[in-house]
Design a protein around this ligand. Structure first.
Ligand code: ASP
Ligand code: CP
Length: 326
């Protein structure tokens, strides 16, 4: 029984095991293979303090596919709107006998705060600008479905890097597995500190010119400008021209290059319709299917690989990380 809070610090073998489990789950996620019953009799709580479509619904679907039951709590319609805290909410929910809590929140380090406040396992579904670890699993799984391995592959992640928990988690995962990561965007949205993420053989670099960053890539992951995290002030009116993935830009890419986006997309800003919907290159909806498979793998790892004490899967144990400056 463990928490699942970050990709940072996750050993390569553990990452590969989780991705292999994800890939095995894909036929179930597609509805082509029978569901399992491994979570039968268990109730999972989805505590979503920030909005979500893909992550919340795919955790729900994953629980259903594993024979468990799930309920959702969001600020609207709950006592969160009366000012009840993240941790108090989680403690009360735990007392209802839930097997695990999935949490999304605006506070960087908020998932760890919840994990330290309850005894049941906690899964981070995105905490502020910090991490989105299940997104990284599904992204790498999608890339490995395409390329077999990500080792030696070059992935450009483009857009609002500084505010992106997706970029942080995916960069940790890809560098652990030996891929080269180019973090691309205007200097206002690409923090050089990301270059320190390397936790494996991969190389992480930051680049402020999209056209040169696309040279020789195998995959391009576009990110949304996160206006809700005050990123709007950091972008200029020529953002699309400078950093948007347009049909003209993808026309220059090698034929094997694929396009990813975690969603939600801001069409016409970071990505044009003809790129998002490109039948040859876009894997954006494929990522969503891998999202169900990844969350199944994480739920089973957290709930079925039991030890008597709760022990974090990752090394994010320090109280100093409760509120994470990112
Ligand atoms: N859905 C992703 C997240 O929650 C990316 C985004 O919102 O732009 O981090
Ligand atoms: N990719 C992702 O986290 O999407 P949602 O914000 O819709 O969950």
């Amino acid at each position: 029984m463990s928490d699942f809070l970050t990709i940072a610090g996750m050993p390569r073998q553990e990452l590969l095991r989780l991705i292999a489990a994800t890939r095995k789950n894909v036929p179930i996620a597609e509805g082509r293979s029978p569901n399992r019953t491994t979570l039968s009799g268990r109730v999972i709580a989805n505590l979503f303090f920030e909005d979500s479509t893909r992550t919340r619904c795919s955790f729900e679907t994953a629980v259903h596919r594993l024979g468990g039951q799930v309920f959702n709590l969001t600020p609207s319609g709950s006592s969160i709107s009366k000012g009840e805290s993240l941790v108090d909410t989680a403690r009360n929910i735990e007392c209802m006998g839930v097997a695990a809590i999935v949490v999304r929140c605006a506070v960087s380090g908020g998932a760890k705060m919840v994990a330290d406040g309850v005894k049941c396992p906690v899964i981070n579904a995105g905490d502020g600008r910090h991490e989105h670890p299940t997104q990284a699993i599904l992204d790498v799984s999608t890339l490995m479905e395409e390329f077999g391995s990500v080792e030696g592959r070059t992935v450009a992640i483009v857009g609002d890097i500084t505010n992106s928990r997706v970029a942080r988690s995916v960069t940790h995962a890809l560098s652990t597995l030996g891929a080269h990561v180019r973090l691309v965007g205007p200097p206002t949205l690409v923090s050089k500190s990301f270059e320190r993420i390397t936790q494996g053989p991969g190389i992480v670099s930051t680049i402020n010119n999209l056209d040169s960053a696309l040279d020789g890539v195998d995959a391009v992951m576009m990110l949304r400008v996160q206006f809700e995290r005050a990123a709007g002030g950091a972008v200029s009116s020529d953002y699309r021209q400078m950093f948007g993935l347009t049909p003209q830009r993808i026309a220059k890419l090698a034929s094997h290059v694929i396009i990813l986006h975690p969603g939600p997309m801001n069409r016409g800003i970071e990505i044009d319709d003809r790129v998002a919907d490109d039948p040859q290159r876009s894997r954006i909806l494929r990522q969503v299917t891998h999202g169900v498979a990844a969350r199944m793998a994480v739920l089973e790892m957290v709930l079925l690989e039991t030890t008597s004490e709760k022990s974090p899967v990752t090394n994010s144990n320090s109280p100093a990380e409760h509120r994470i400056e990112v």
